[in-house]
Design a protein around this ligand. Structure first.
Ligand code: ATP
Ligand code: MG
Length: 566
């Protein structure tokens, strides 16, 4: 299991003042209201985790680490229709990858189904829950609206005995789906709709990933959540703002049941990012409708997608730390996330040369039979990363974009008659442009100055550009996948019509890239800086015949520009 001690950054124990939730925890510890802090991360296993969940994970696990408490991983698996083992496995993998360890504290709401059932019977006996036979449509109409109170169900005043009998028969599987529900008897006129006799149990003849077909009824999220926290002695039940209106109900159940502890719920603002939709429902649709290649498609904001794209877990933790935890909803600029990614990769990624769109260069005064080894630095700021040998020869590839036949004024790279530096190698001058029948440039004839080996001229003359290159004979071929934002708008619609805002050009595949030979055999997932291009990660789709690289991120901010081009 992952144990990354750096997960909480350099924050010391009891780092109050970083956000209002940590302030509350600190105050509760200082006042002695609690002895140890217990938090939990409670995903529903109905999809993969996304970058928004990373915020919640870092917050809950981070607080536990910083204050010497513990954080549980609990699956809120109360809806078997949408939940799958694949999601459970993926969620565990992603939390570990992010650098957190739940130790032995892995739980499921389904662990508590028997206890929850017993509590439901207690409420029935106390006259605080009833079986309702209204149709879903009638229930909806009678619930009222924000401005109108609801109406009592005609079944609200059944006797406890009758309710108990019906509820037991619901459990026994005597009734079809939707025939009736069990509701809490609270207040149909409450200003808070969540308190208008909320559903506690529904009939569902469905296979559950953990309990199989044992149960014919399943608790609602609202009936399971707070009591699960209480069973686990969670002290601070941290969730996103949309549950603020559920807190009175959460507290009502805890007050009306003999629960073993009294957790408190605190709400914080969920993460929203520009150009990104963070809704599991939409992400599921993206996968199901094949807008992307899968949950781990590198364009997805899922943790699996970000990992495959080459985003380091450290960058996610750092990003979450920087955005902080607030009480008001806001949208974070995606460039801020990219900034954190670049910052980590700039430190950690080794440098190599790769030519994404190759243009052949022939050095006319370099002997045909000759080639030589030159020394290249693996990381400019980290001497410990060492150096490597790269092959130079008569035939090279440079980037098509680094040449212009008739350059505008500010173009200082290669063009006819102009001298540039080849990184780690020599100065070259372009002498002639070779074209095919269609008038396309297919080759540059150049000369090199042998006295400039290593990249400096003994006579002190300067060149205005340094470009990257690979040896045509020694380079390996690769496919490079360039990703652009999945959505073309900074504020994409997250509802049913999400597809209208998709960026039609979110993926460019460059199938004829040329890379330093050593890159063909690096580890999957390893991130490298291709000099002057960005950060790239070796993808699992690679084969012995052809390496595949994902561009994790370019060297500079790209969001607005990228989409404009797309
Ligand atoms: P949906 O995306 O459909 O709203 P969900 O992400 O809320 O579903 P859960 O599995 O219930 O699904 O989420 C687990 C936890 O992660 C919850 O405590 C939830 O509050 C938190 N969470 C979910 N989305 C975000 C987000 N964007 N930012 C911060 N926390 C989030
Ligand atoms: Mg949720």
């Amino acid at each position: 299991m992952a144990t990354d001690v750096k997960a909480s950054g350099d924050v010391g124990a009891g780092d109050a003042g970083r956000d209002f939730i940590r302030d509350i925890v600190k105050a509760d510890l200082d006042s002695g209201r609690i002895k140890d802090v217990v938090t939990r991360f409670p995903p529903e296993p109905n999809g993969y985790l996304h970058i928004g969940h990373a915020k919640s994970i870092c917050l809950n696990f981070g607080i536990a680490q910083e204050f010497g408490g513990r954080c549980h991983l609990r699956f809120d698996d109360t809806n078997p229709v949408r939940e799958e083992q694949e999601y459970i496995d993926a969620i565990k993998r992603d939390v570990e990858w992010l650098g957190f360890d739940w130790g032995k504290h892995l739980y499921h709401a389904s662990d508590y189904f028997e206890q929850l059932y017993a509590w439901a019977e207690d409420l029935i006996r106390a006259g605080k829950a009833y079986a309702d036979d209204q149709t879903p449509e009638q229930m909806r109409i009678n619930r009222g609206t924000l401005t109108e109170p609801g109406r009592n169900s005609p079944f609200r005043d059944r006797s406890a005995d009758e309710n108990l009998d019906l509820f037991r028969r619901m459990r026994a599987g005597e009734f079809p789906n939707g025939a009736r529900v069990l509701r809490a008897k609270i207040d149909m006129a409450s200003g808070n709709i969540n308190l208008r006799d909320p559903v506690m149990y529904r009939i569902l003849h469905a296979h559950h990933p953990r309990t199989g077909t044992q149960w014919k009824i399943y608790p609602s999220y609202d009936f399971a959540h707070g009591q699960s926290d209480a069973i686990e002695h969670v002290t601070h039940s941290v969730c996103t703002l949309e549950f603020e209106d559920h807190r009175p109900l959460y507290d009502w159940f805890l007050a009306n049941l003999k629960v073993p502890s009294a957790p408190h719920q605190y709400e914080f603002a969920r993460l929203n990012l520009t150009y990104t939709v963070l809704s599991k429902r939409v992400l599921t649709r993206l996968v199901q409708d094949k807008h992307v290649a899968g949950w781990d498609d590198p364009r997805m904001p899922t943790l699996a997608g970000l990992r495959r794209r080459g985003v380091p877990a450290e960058a996610l933790r750092e990003f979450v730390k920087r955005i902080g935890v607030a009480k008001a909803n806001s949208v974070v600029d995606a460039n801020m996330f990219e900034f954190a990614v670049r910052e980590v990769l700039n430190k950690t990624a080794q440098r190599r040369m790769a030519v994404l769109k190759p243009l052949k260069v022939v050095i006319e005064n370099y002997p045909e039979s000759q080639s030589e080894e030159l020394e290249a630095v693996n990381h400019p700021d980290d001497p410990a990363a060492g150096t490597r040998k790269i092959r130079f020869g008569r035939e090279l590839f440079v980037e098509q974009d680094d040449f212009m036949e008739t350059p505008p004024k500010k173009f200082f790279r290669l063009s006819p008659g102009v001298e540039v530096r080849l990184r780690y190698a020599y100065f070259i001058t372009c002498k002639e442009v070779v074209k095919n029948d269609k008038g396309e440039i297919i080759e540059l004839r150049c000369t090199y100055d042998p006295a400039t080996k290593g990249g400096n001229a003994p006579d002190g003359r300067k060149v205005k550009a340094t470009i990257h290159w690979v040896s045509a004979k020694h380079a390996a071929q690769a496919e490079v996948r360039i990703y652009h934002p999945l959505f073309a708008k900074p504020d994409p619609r997250g509802g049913e019509d999400f597809a209208a805002d998709l960026n039609p050009n979110s993926l460019d595949v460059l199938s004829d890239a040329r890379i330093e030979p050593s890159l063909a055999t690096i580890n999957s997932g390893e991130v490298i800086q291709f000099e002057r291009q960005g950060y790239f990660c070796h993808d699992v789709d690679s084969t012995p015949a052809k390496a595949v690289f994902n561009r994790t991120i370019g060297l500079r901010d790209s969001y607005a520009k990228d989409v404009a081009k797309g």
